[in-house]
Design a protein around this ligand. Structure first.
Ligand code: GDP
Ligand code: IMO
Ligand code: MG
Length: 430
């Protein structure tokens, strides 16, 4: 296959960064298509950890072009920090290997402030990352947004900023009773950001078409996960972009080509950061144990992740919504700590079995889960290199998932490091 879309199959933090880094070895370009610095993608190479929020997870590889496409919302301040962090660790980041779409929208300080003021005021909190994601997408949709190409043109940017500040300062002072932002301070900051970032600008949709027409391999890196999708997720406890396969198309400017595969990244259990329904959540000692074993603390905000059993109903939904062609199952090693492993195979609501994943969060928060129990393997598996060397019950667990999900599990991940991975079938080759 020429192009591979990577999507999170759950509520984010499935290990997308690790898998994208691994598959970059077989790619010519890696493209982020939605979200912004709310993402935290962790790569571990030779025990060295790098967390990326905006730059595609292909950046550690030479001879690969990384693109931040039109669907992403860019925080210039954090992007500069990320570039400096990488360059400081000896990684090359230049206009030759990082291309930023002219059409991507820019996050401004008022977006981040609005995000936090709103969370503060809400009685039912969403638990956002407070990175300004919702307000920035809102400006895009309402056509008040500032695109990367507007930001690069100082006259245009200063004018748009002035107009927008009129609106935001009114809101801050009168509705939220907060301080107004100073135009000159912002202009000065953005003059510096412009100086640092202008060389990266590109028409990434055009560039991508050049890659595709030459038959080069492109990896599309999703952020967040299916159940956080603005349309298909557990609304309103979602992020503000399309985190699913459709987002990869509109977020980059390509059509549904014939030779696209979709790899769903899925943890061997489930986690969620922030508020919202979570049918298989474990609010007991077992949950604490899984969180500790799996080091389930957010890569962006450091918040403790909520944990629960694997949810087949939600995964089948993710497979349907995304047209997932195969799965990368991550963190299987963490289940080694358990004697018994459960998977949720169906939901019931008001005593009746549900045949599908409900798109109403108030129903989802009340469903009852039916579980199938599997025996654990009680031995460490992190160093296993060949699928058939896994303990018998681990193999049975994977094969059971394949039967229930009706999709092959092509990759099994057994640790954070790149080399702790079993590739059963290469997603670029299938
Ligand atoms: P992403 O947002 O989907 O890229 O995932 P995160 O990086 O936020 O969270 C996944 C966490 O699990 C990171 O700390 C990874 O280093 C780690 N990780 C990924 N795959 C595995 C695995 O197979 N086993 C273990 N133990 N950790 C993993
Ligand atoms: P990666 O790419 C997990 C969650 C937040 C909150 C909701 C809305 O690392 O998987 P937002 O700031 O986007 O408006 O917050 O979405 N969220 C994530 N949860 N992983 C992520 O990204 C997330 N990005 C946002 O916790 O519940
Ligand atoms: Mg993450």
């Amino acid at each position: 296959m020429g192009q591979l879309i990577v999507v999170g199959a759950q509520w984010g933090d499935e290990g997308k960064g690790k898998i994208v880094d691994l598959l970059t070895d077989f790619s010519d370009a890696v493209v982020r298509y939605q979200g912004g610095a709310n993402a935290g993608h962790t790569l571990v190479v030779d025990k060295k950890k790098v967390v990326l929020h905006m730059i595609p997870s292909g950046i550690l590889h030479n001879n690969v072009v990384c693109m931040i496409a039109n669907g992403v919302v860019i925080d210039p301040e954090l992007l500069i920090e990320e570039i400096d962090m990488l360059v400081g660790s000896g990684i090359n980041v230049s206009k030759d290997n990082l291309k930023i779409s002219n059409a991507a929208h820019v996050i401004l300080p008022y977006h981040k402030l609005l995000d936090s003021y709103r969370e503060e005021k809400r009685s039912k909190k969403i638990g956002t990352t407070q990175r300004g994601i919702g307000p920035a997408y809102e400006d895009k949709i309402t056509r008040r947004g500032i695109r990367f190409q507007d930001f690069l043109d100082k006259t245009r940017f200063d004018q748009l900023l002035q107009q927008n500040l009129e609106y935001y300062n009114f809101l801050f002072e009168n509705y939220f009773k907060k301080e107004a932002l100073n135009f000159n301070t912002l202009v000065e900051k953005f003059d510096y950001y412009r100086e640092r970032l202008s060389s990266f600008h590109e028409n990434t949709s055009w560039l991508l078409h050049q890659y595709l027409s030459k038959g080069r391999k492109v990896l599309f890196e999703g952020a967040q996960g299916t159940l956080l999708d603005i349309d298909h997720g557990t609304y309103p406890y979602v992020t503000s972009s399309n985190t699913t396969t459709g987002g990869a198309l509109t977020g980059t400017g390509i059509g549904p080509h014939k030779n696209i595969s979709v790899l769903g990244i899925c943890k061997a259990y489930t986690t969620r950061v922030g508020e919202g329904p979570f049918p298989t959540e474990l609010n007991d000692d077992l949950g604490v144990k899984l969180r500790t074993e799996g080091a389930e603390f957010g890569s962006t905000t450091g918040r403790a992740r909520r944990v629960g059993w694997l949810d087949i109903v939600a995964l089948k939904y993710a497979i349907r919504i995304n047209s997932i062609t195969s799965i990368a199952l991550t963190k299987l090693d963490i289940l080694s700590a358990l004697d018994e492993i459960k998977i949720c195979t169906s939901y019931s609501y008001n005593g009746e079995k549900l045949n599908y994943f409900p798109n109403d969060s108030s129903i989802l928060s009340k469903v009852e889960c039916e579980y199938q129990s599997c025996s654990g393997w009680n031995s460490p598996i992190g160093d296993v290199k060949i699928f058939h060397d896994l303990p018998e019950s681990a193999i049975r667990y994977i094969e059971l998932l394949e039967t229930l999900l009706e999709v092959p599990i092509d990759i099994v991940s057994l640790g954070p490091d790149r080399d702790k991975t079993i590739v059963r079938n290469h997603p670029f080759h299938s």
